[in-house]
Design a protein. Structure first.
Length: 107
C-alpha cells in the first residue's frame, strides 16, 4: 500500500500540509481540500484510534464516535499492524499537551 501512495502529487500535498502553522490555517486549507464528510471521516478515525489506545471497548467507541464496527476494526488493524503513524502522533501530541500544561502552570 505504501508504495502505491508515494507519488509526486501526494508529496506536493504533504509539502503543502507541512506549511500550515496553526489550527485556523488547517481549518482553512482542509475545508478547501476535503468535503465535510471526508474531513469528518478522518477525524472520526483519529478519535477511534485514540479511544482504542485508551483501552475503550468497541461498544463505547461506536456509541461515542458513531463509527461502525468495521471502521473500528480497520483502525485497530492499523494500530496493531500498520506503520506506527498513529503512535508517533500520539507521542508527539502528548508531549505538546504536557508542555502547554507546564506553561500554564508557570503563568
Amino acid at each position: 500500500m505504501s508504495k502505491k501512495i508515494r507519488t509526486e502529487a501526494v508529496d506536493h500535498l504533504f509539502d503543502a500540509i507541512l506549511t500550515l502553522q496553526n489550527k485556523e490555517e488547517c481549518y482553512t486549507f482542509f475545508e478547501d481540500v476535503c468535503t465535510v464528510n471526508e474531513l469528518l471521516s478522518l477525524s472520526q478515525r483519529y478519535e477511534v484510534a485514540r479511544m482504542l489506545r485508551a483501552q475503550k471497548t468497541y461498544l463505547d467507541i461506536a456509541e461515542k464516535t458513531g463509527a461502525s464496527t468495521a471502521t473500528i476494526s480497520r483502525v485497530n488493524r492499523s494500530l496493531n499492524y500498520g506503520n506506527d503513524g498513529y503512535d508517533m502522533v500520539f507521542a508527539r501530541t502528548k508531549v505538546n499537551e504536557e508542555e502547554e500544561k507546564e506553561e500554564k502552570e508557570e503563568n
